[in-house]
Design a protein around this ligand. Structure first.
Ligand code: HEM
Length: 442
């Protein structure tokens, strides 16, 4: 640490917001606007006040990059994320830190090798086909809600292996339990109080645990190609394996991590392709050149769709902010951050900075072509999957799932969205369109 490091700038009175809540409501209304305001006023390490405490925003790719690289091991995930998502995703990979995280990540990596991804891809297609079978032409098709159902159904099959002796009603209960856990992040009352988001999430976690523990013995006994079974059987070269508790904890976290993020991404792609018919056609041509159930390599070869997905992740990062907590004093961008400080890393803000992107709010997938590569303007300019040791372990799987869904949709449907449409986003947890993102589906 250098002696010249400056202290965090003091928070100005007019930036404190409401008592206790602080600027949480401003964040929910316009997160990027709030971050921009703080960046312009205070610089890349900016103070802000929310939920009874002053913490810091790390703004811009340099500040975010320093925290993600975490060279002095000052930034921890567990204490930060558990403040947000509560105890509902306890001991999920993202909430583990340092040596323990490394040990678990080494085991989990075995569930995301290329041969495993190839087998997940084969499993994706029938689940997508079944899910899309009920999509009919409609001028007011609530695409977000339908996609959410689709990704839940895919997860039930791919993660659970279909949960054979579970009825549709029970599966719906499990899905609701997941949603309750995910939505806890937005709770103002942060305790097990009935009818609050946190109260519902406490009950949700119990439902999920019971459900998974019911299936655990079968999954341990048989080796199948769903993720639940895979987590039960994987081991490292040194013979490290997950315990029963680990499997349950990782399953709950993985399903959460995989579900809403993929739904937001697919729905953003649907919106932009509906507003940009030329891009829709370009993607469709590539998909029509393949069969209905492309291999992993074929999905990776969908060049136009890949550009569109990258641009969708830039414009609407499903995880717009990452959180960290300092377990020791550190310095970011020349500013001293004391131990015990919560930090919010503004990934979405970086994605819209004019210093790194031309016309940043415009939909322009070509910015990712080899000739332009605007994402290379800075190593941390494009970070929808985070960076450093916690970088998303499911990023290749996410690409395959989103592309497999889009591939089938492009082959079977055409759709339009008003070019002037801007979705009213709910930013309480992951950004989702409150109106369900209606499209005209043909
Ligand atoms: C478009 C979809 C996705 C996006 C945008 C996304 C984004 C992210 C981000 C930003 C992180 C870093 C969190 C941090 O540093 O604190 C992360 C971590 C993680 N993601 Fe994803 N994710 C996606 C899909 C998935 C999928 C499909 C899976 C699993 C199948 C998954 C599993 C995980 C796990 C386990 C971690 C924690 C990694 C660690 O801490 O070592 N994600 N994800």
């Amino acid at each position: 640490m250098t002696a010249e490091a400056l202290p965090i700038p003091p928070l100005r009175r007019d930036d404190r917001g409401l008592p206790f809540v602080g600027r949480v409501l401003d964040y929910a209304k316009d997160p990027v606007g709030l971050f921009r305001h703080h960046y312009e006023r205070y610089g890349p390490v900016a103070p802000w006040y929310a939920l009874g405490r002053t913490s810091v925003m790390l703004l811009g790719p340099d500040a975010c990059g320093e925290a993600l690289q975490n060279r002095d091991k000052a930034f921890a995930n567990g204490p930060a994320w558990s403040q947000l998502v509560g105890p509902f995703f306890r001991r999920g990979l993202m909430l583990l830190d340092f040596d323990e995280h490394k040990g678990h990540r080494r085991i989990m990596q075995e569930a995301f090798t290329r041969p495993r991804l190839e087998s997940y891809t084969r499993r994706l297609h029938p689940a997508i086909e079944t899910g899309l079978a009920g999509w009919n032409a409609d001028r007011e098709f609530p695409s977000y809600w339908r996609l959410k159902q689709l990704t839940l159904d895919i997860a039930a099959d791919l993660f659970m292996g279909g949960a054979q002796d579970t009825s549709r009603a029970e599966m719906d209960r499990v899905n609701k339990a997941f949603i309750a856990c995910v939505q806890a992040a937005a709770g103002i009352v942060r305790a097990d109080v009935p009818f609050t988001r946190w109260g519902k999430a406490y009950r949700g976690r119990k439902v999920l645990e019971k459900f998974l523990r019911h299936y655990l013995p079968v999954k341990r006994a048989q080796q199948t190609d769903d993720i639940f079974s895979v987590l039960c059987h994987i081991e490292t070269e040194d013979g490290d394996r997950f315990s029963d508790d680990d499997v349950v904890n990782h399953m709950i976290f993985l399903m959460m991590a995989a579900h809403d993020t993929s739904t937001v991404t697919t729905s953003t792609i649907l919106q932009y392709l509906g507003q940009h018919p030329a891009w829709q056609e370009r993607c469709r041509e590539e998909s029509l050149a393949l069969g209905p159930e492309p291999t992993m390599a074929e999905l990776e070869g969908l060049v136009a769709l890949d550009l569109v997905m990258k641009e969708a992740l830039r414009l609407r990062a499903p995880v717009p902010v990452l959180v960290r907590y300092t377990v020791r004093d550190t310095v970011v961008q020349g500013v001293r951050i004391p131990a015990g400080t919560s930090a919010a890393l503004g990934l979405q803000f970086t994605h819209l900075m004019e210093d790194y992107w031309s016309n940043p709010t415009a939909f322009d997938p070509e910015r990712f072509t080899p000739e332009r590569r605007e994402d290379r303007s800075h190593r941390f300019a494009w970070e929808p999957f985070g960076g450093g040791v916690h970088k998303c372990i499911g990023l290749y799987f996410a690409g395959l799932e989103v592309k497999a869904i889009m591939h089938r949709l492009l082959r079977e449907h055409r759709w339009t969205v008003d070019p002037a449409y801007e979705p009213p986003l709910d930013n309480h947890s992951l950004p989702f369109p409150k109106d369900g993102l209606p499209i005209a589906l043909a």
